[in-house]
Design a protein around this ligand. Structure first.
Ligand code: ZN
Length: 173
């Protein structure tokens, strides 16, 4: 397996809208395995294909403490959203920066699994937050887009100054 390079804000490639995946094959499963390895090594709890410069609709996530609950979502689509919750988010593409973002509390998502089978799942808690964050990446959207322009400027400056500072937190997706 290979650890992939993660694109970092403000790389314009993070703004590319991912296209749907038509065939789930061994080639795609290699990408999925590499994304898991990259995510666990970072360490992070979620990773969208966009972040590793692969512009197709695919994301991986594992919000468990033991790192033994991997989720693969191909062509994910949110069917229903319910409630709202503010939580602290970070992003592997914006290292060292955290801020509060309001998202739906629970979601119902349809997707293809790693075998190409259609699935539908209800998600809540950190997994729901993470999957919404990753689906945003597939749309070319970053969590700092929810913040004010003044705050985004601050993020840009901060990243410029301290590129590649290792964060203690693993709540980065
Ligand atoms: Zn992210």
């Amino acid at each position: 397996m290979t650890i992939l390079r993660i694109l970092e804000f403000p790389d314009p490639k993070l703004r590319i809208k991912a296209i749907p995946i038509e065939t789930v094959d061994d080639g795609l499963r290699v990408v999925i395995d590499n994304m898991f390895e990259t995510m666990y090594a970072a360490p992070g709890i979620g990773l969208a294909a966009t972040q590793v410069d692969f512009h197709k609709r695919l994301l991986v996530a594992d919000v468990s403490v033991e790192k033994d609950d991997p989720h693969v979502l191909i062509n994910p689509r949110i069917l229903e959203k319910d409630g709202s919750k503010v939580s602290e988010e970070g992003c592997l593409s914006i290292p060292g920066y955290f801020d509060s973002v309001k998202r739906a509390e629970t979601i119902r998502v349809s997707f293809l699994d790693r075998n190409g089978n259609q699935q539908e799942k209800d998600m809540e808690g950190l997994l729901a937050v993470c999957v919404q964050h990753e689906i945003d990446h597939l749309e070319g959207k970053l969590f700092v887009d929810y913040l004010s322009e003044a705050k985004r400027q601050k993020v840009r400056k901060k990243l410029h100054k301290q590129r590649r500072v290792q964060s203690d937190s693993s709540i980065m997706f």
